[in-house]
Write a protein of this length. Structure first.
Length: 246
């Protein structure tokens, strides 16, 4: 009797959320972000609901200042939203401790940021190896994997170059090789083609497509680049902190 009553009391919304959590690579519910500046409070994200299926390429587009990078930073666990929940691969990152979140990010997310964030004193290969080392892959295995990843992005002949000796496009490709180190299930990229000439941009787009469609990674890209729309499964538009999913 008790079990029948408790079953009938289960909220259908919570059943739907549990099912979505299991099947979506990225899921957000009512995400809000407000920044305070002196006495003023800017509501940058106004209740974002987004869901991305595994293996999909999801674009996030919209005008400058609309909140795309802020949302990406929240999805990547780098910013904590002022309200709402974020689930990645079925786990609620907005409830994780700092340590657990750091480990989760390391194991599951590859980031491609604007500005590359490469270590200037290390070669291209060492930049990639460093990430592999942090993920527990060391020695010859790390060296071989770094070499392989740099070959994949077309930089086989530049593995010993330092970032200062590489072009913008080549640096971006090192950043991508590094983001792919250790085969993360989620790849999050902020304007991955912005600094690239048309050919390098095309190569980067093709690489992201292969990762999603052949390796099964889920790829979330913030972009203004209309060429990426051709490879996207879904496009979401942000305007004034409100998201519209096509
Ligand atoms: N740390 C912060 N403190 C205060 N305001 C912020 C902060 N970060 C972002 N903002 C504000 O939030 C708004 C959205 O910024 P965001 O960088 O997310 O936009 P965006 O859509 O990515 O823009 P762009 O396409 O130019 O990169 C902007 O008005 C920005 O000034």
């Amino acid at each position: 009797m008790v079990s029948i009553i408790s079953r009938t009391l289960v909220d259908p919304k919570s059943i739907k959320l549990t099912n979505q959590r299991k099947t979506k690579a990225i899921l957000t519910k009512g995400v809000e972000m407000a920044f305070r500046s002196g006495r003023e409070c800017f509501q940058v994200l106004k209740g974002i609901d987004l869901d991305v299926s595994p293996g999909d390429i999801q674009l996030l587009m919209g005008p400058s200042g609309s909140g795309k990078t802020t949302l990406l930073s929240i999805l990547a666990g780098l910013l904590t939203p002022t309200a709402g929940s974020v689930y990645l691969l079925g786990e609620e990152i907005t409830k994780m401790s700092r340590e657990k979140l750091a480990r989760f990010r390391l194991e599951n997310i590859g980031f491609i940021f604007q500005g590359f964030n490469l270590f200037p004193a290390l070669t291209a290969a060492e930049n990639v190896e460093l990430v592999l080392n942090i993920k527990g892959i060391k020695g010859r295995l790390a060296r071989n994997q770094a070499q392989y990843l740099l070959e994949q992005v077309g930089l086989a002949s530049h593995t010993n170059y330092k970032p200062g000796d590489l072009s913008g496009g080549q640096k971006q490709r090192v950043a991508i090789a590094r983001a792919l180190a250790g085969n993360p299930q989620l790849i999050m990229a902020d304007e991955p083609t912005a600094a690239l000439d048309s050919r390098s941009g095309h190569n980067v787009i093709e690489l992201l497509r292969i990762l999603a469609k052949e390796e099964g990674s889920t790829v979330l890209i913030v972009t203004h680049d209309p060429r990426i729309i051709d490879v996207a499964d879904r496009v979401a538009y942000m305007e004034d902190g409100i998201l519209r999913q096509e």
